[in-house]
Ligand binder design. Sequence first.
Ligand SMILES: [Zn+2]
Length: 70
Amino acid sequence: MVLYIMEDLLHATEVKIHTELCEHVRRHLRHPNAKTTQWHRANDLQQAREHARDIARNNKLSWREAKCCM
Ligand SMILES: [Zn+2]
């Protein structure tokens, strides 16, 4: 399953992994707001977790799988 990792560009919230079916992802794909969030696509859960971990580490944030869809 394709997943999306949400990076908050203000680094105010933790890095979250969403599935491609999630409402948050669908809304972003319809109306990208590149000013506040950046979404990174991953082809499977392992890749998504590794990418989320890297982004979180680089920004000194935590990361998790989003409760809304995971
Ligand atoms: Zn979600």
